[in-house]
Design a protein around this ligand. Sequence first.
Ligand SMILES: [Zn+2]
Length: 103
Amino acid sequence: MRLFRPCFFAGWLYPEAIFRIKTDEKLLCLTFDDGPDPDSTPMLLDLLESYNIRGLFFCNGQSAEKYPELIDRIISGGHVAGNHGFSHPDGWRTSTQEYVQDV
Ligand SMILES: [Zn+2]
């Protein structure tokens, strides 16, 4: 897990995306990237369920195709499944056009 702050050009690349919401509530957003993974995703879902917590799972298309039952479990558990690209190319070695196409 890591703390994440979107890079400065994320808002330019994805103008429709929501990166921040002003609120006075004390909120914590848990996100999990690069899944679903048969080793870690079920464990995470069990843990979140035990605390009645919902998370955001940013999934790769290739893994989602490989483990559709985990996508079903994410969604049926009330979590959010987000798009983390299809094949997760290296952003530093991939053209913007290819990267956006992958997403
Ligand atoms: Zn990733």
